[in-house]
Design a protein around this ligand. Sequence first.
Ligand code: AMP
Length: 193
Amino acid sequence: MKSVCVFCGSNSGAIADFAGAARLLGKLLAGRQITLVYGGSSFGLMGELARAVIEEGGEVIGVTPSFLLEKEKPLGGLVDLRVVSSMHERKALMESLSDGFLALPGGLGTLEEFFEIVTWAQLGMHRKPCGILNVCNYYGKLIEFLDAAVEKQFIKPQYRKLIIVEKEPDTLLNHLEKYQPPKVDKLLNQKKT
Ligand code: AMP
């Protein structure tokens, strides 16, 4: 695995453990020589993560839409800053640059970006691993919801397994590195109504 895209909060959250986990993940990525692909911001967990990768000698690629560039200065020290014209283009480029995807704690932006990437996996548009770093059980209720959606038959068990959940970044990266994609047949397996 040469690169991982991380979606995370543009804020740092209520407790210091979130920033601590972002920095630890950044350090581990640099140590494994995995390039970080992310949104390019210097704010919040995004900034904590990217700065940690750079401080440890790792490589970071920022992908940002031009309208955000007008509002803020991107983080210094990036090996590359890709400026795109829309959020849609940004996500597509992030997908093509990355061998796997992670969500750290974050808000609406993080959730939207991560779940779109998971739905692309469900549709067989990519076969790359998707993981959640469940720092301090931040995503506990979301994971309960996903399991309830399986029980209620809106998510098939094999698609629920597309989302790897771990609380330790090192363990999560190990899972991503040895990931074997499941067979996906979302479009071929629709019940006729
Ligand atoms: P949120 O989880 O709502 O804080 O949103 C975080 C996500 O939205 C990130 O993954 C970014 O893609 C995007 N985002 C939000 N704020 C910024 C920003 N200031 N600079 C770049 N991207 C941002």
